[in-house]
Design a binder for this molecule. Structure first.
Ligand SMILES: C[S@@+](CC[C@H](N)C(=O)[O-])C[C@H]1O[C@@H](n2cnc3c(N)ncnc32)[C@H](O)[C@@H]1O
Length: 185
């Protein structure tokens, strides 16, 4: 089965449900394409908001533990109410670094900018790989820390179709093709 078909099948009705401020279908597919054949046992997200990305990760990686942190209790309450699930924790990933080991992928979607760089630096040596969302202005800093940084900017026309197909218009983003999600290793 083609990877995109598998991705759609795993997400089911959630494939085409967009949510402002969330990781888009194309960006999530970029993550899935990189991570689906890696031997990871856990995905730890920093920045839950309403829980949308954490929930989609749990659908995409059914045999992987998903844990998501948000500093705001209010956001966590919304996420728990909406999705339930054991994966939502109030607090900061920087205070829970023992959860990150060599079998763990880290996804940073809050904090942003240089604070995201600091957090990426903290987990760099510990995690299997680190994904950072909204990297418009921080690719050079990430390239200082990691040997390899690949980012989802400049998708091909076919790849753009993924977002359009899943109801995520390009206008969803402030700056769509600036490299929104980077995988760092
Ligand atoms: C863009 S939203 C996350 C969206 C979510 N990942 C999704 O795709 O559905 C960013 C979230 O990060 C949280 N945040 C910001 N700084 C944080 C930090 N240092 N630790 C944990 N959460 C943080 C904010 O409260 C906000 O809920």
């Amino acid at each position: 089965m083609l990877l995109l078909a598998k991705y759609k099948e795993l997400l089911g009705e959630w494939y085409a449900k967009s949510e402002p401020h969330s990781i888009s279908a194309w960006e999530m597919f970029f993550f899935y394409r990189y991570a689906h054949d890696k031997p990871i046992k856990r995905i730890v997200e920093s920045g839950t908001y309403k829980g949308y990305s954490a929930f989609r990760l749990s659908l995409l990686f059914p045999s992987v533990e998903v844990v998501s942190f948000d500093k705001r209790k209010r956001h966590m309450k919304i996420a728990r109410k909406r999705f339930g699930g054991p994966f939502y924790r109030t607090g900061y990933l920087k205070d829970n670094l023992d959860i990150v080991d060599g079998d763990t992928a880290v996804l940073i979607d809050g904090p942003k900018s240089l604070e995201a760089v600091s957090l990426a630096k903290m987990v760099a040596g510990r995690a299997a790989f680190v994904a950072v969302h909204d990297v418009f202005d921080i690719v050079p800093e990430l390239e200082w820390i990691f040997d390899s940084v690949i980012h989802s900017g400049n998708p091909s026309p076919e790849e753009r179709e993924i977002d359009i197909d899943a109801n995520w218009g390009p206008t969803h983003y402030g700056s769509y093709y600036g490299g929104p999600l980077a995988i760092c290793k």
